[in-house]
Each structure stands twice: as C-alpha cells, then as structure tokens.
Design a protein around this ligand. Structure first.
Ligand SMILES: [Zn+2]
Length: 210
C-alpha cells in the first residue's frame, strides 16, 4: 500500500474518467445542530468496511459523508485519491460547516489496532482514551499515518484540525470494529451537547432566528 501511486491527483481528474453511479458514488447525510462530520473518503470497496464503520459512528447524531468505490474490482487502484489531495466538493462543503472532523480509513495489518492521526490533539486524546478503555490497541504517535498536513481532508473543517483513524484490516473484519465505533461515539457525543446548547442559546439570542 505504501508503494501505491494514485491514478488521479484530484476529484475532478477522477470524475473525468470514472462514472458516478457505476464506478463510484457520493453521499452526504446532514444532522441538524451537529458540528461533527464523520467521513469515509475511501469508502465502499476502496478501503473495505470503512463506510460501515463511519455510518456506525455517525448514527443519527452526526453529519456523515461517504465516497464509495462500487466497481466490481480494482477500486483501490482506480479510486483512491490520497487524503492530502482529496477535494470532492460536497465533502469540502460539509466540512466548511463543521468544527470537528473524524476521517475513517483502512490500512493493512494482521493485528487489531487503531492508528490515530490529525491535528486536533485534544479530540485525539479523548478518542484514544475511549478506545483504550475497551481494551483495543491504539497508537497515536510513532506510525506512518500522522495526518499532520493541513491539506489532509481530516484537517479541512472549520477549525483546520481534525482526527484521522486508520483501522487495520484485521480490526475492520472483526466484531470489535463495532465496539471501536461506539467508543468513538462516546468521545464525540459530549462535543455535540456543548454545540447544541450554544446553538440553542444563539437561537434565543437572535430572537428565534438561526
Ligand atoms: Zn484511506
């Protein structure tokens, strides 16, 4: 995977050669009052099960974005646009309205592990603590997926910092993937409440106008 060179350098390049609805699909699910975006930019058959894990984290509470490979084969080779170049417009539009971003990816690995990256160190620490709590191996430094580049899609929300989770193949295939999703939700739900309260108080401050 480290030797892989992406076929396309941007979404627009990809969209010139691949057909929406046949090769790939995109979906945005917005949740009222949510300041959190859960995204799977390599979903569907690009990085297997990352869409399902992102859906499980988002539930009915958080905004969700999926970019999914739906080809019969060769999804990763054709449709993987690396996170630093991932610029699909509906994803960027969603992120422009969100303070917190969680990007879900899949990496190789025979042991069940989560590798955490991104520039939102405070949220990274909370996610780390919740995943450790359920006894899953989590590493938030000293690995290949630190996602510290500002152009990484996880860092392109309103606050210019986000969190990236890389789940090993073994973990994505295991029932523990659901437990990790629940642990990530536990880290995100308090943010949601804080934001909801401030949205509601702004609503009243504005005389009922949002
Ligand atoms: Zn990925």
């Amino acid at each position: 995977m480290l030797m892989h060179i992406d076929r396309y350098r941007s979404y627009s390049e990809l969209a010139q050669h691949e057909v929406e609805g046949i090769d790939f699909r995109r979906a945005v699910f917005r949740r009222a009052f949510s300041a959190v975006a859960v995204i799977a930019p390599h979903g569907g058959k690009i990085e297997s099960r990352t869409s399902e894990i992102a859906r499980a984290i988002a539930g009915e509470d958080f905004n969700l974005y999926l970019f999914e490979g739906i080809k019969k084969r060769g999804n990763y080779a054709a449709l993987h646009v690396t996170s630093r170049r991932f610029d699909e417009p509906s994803c960027l539009e969603l992120l422009s309205t969100c303070s917190f971003v969680i990007a879900i990816h899949g990496c190789v690995g025979r042991d069940e592990r989560v590798l955490l990256g991104g520039l939102d160190h405070s949220l990274k620490d909370k996610v780390t603590a919740e995943i450790r709590e359920i006894g899953i191996d989590v590493q938030n430094d000293g690995h290949h997926f630190l996602a510290t580049d500002l152009s990484n899609i996880c860092n392109r929300g309103q606050s210019c910092k986000g969190v990236q989770l890389e789940l090993t193949k073994a973990l994505r295939r295991s029932a523990n993937a659901q437990r990790v999703a629940e642990a990530v939700r536990a880290a995100l739900l308090p943010l949601q409440d804080t934001h909801k309260l401030s949205s509601v108080s702004n609503y009243f401050r504005n005389g009922g106008r949002m």
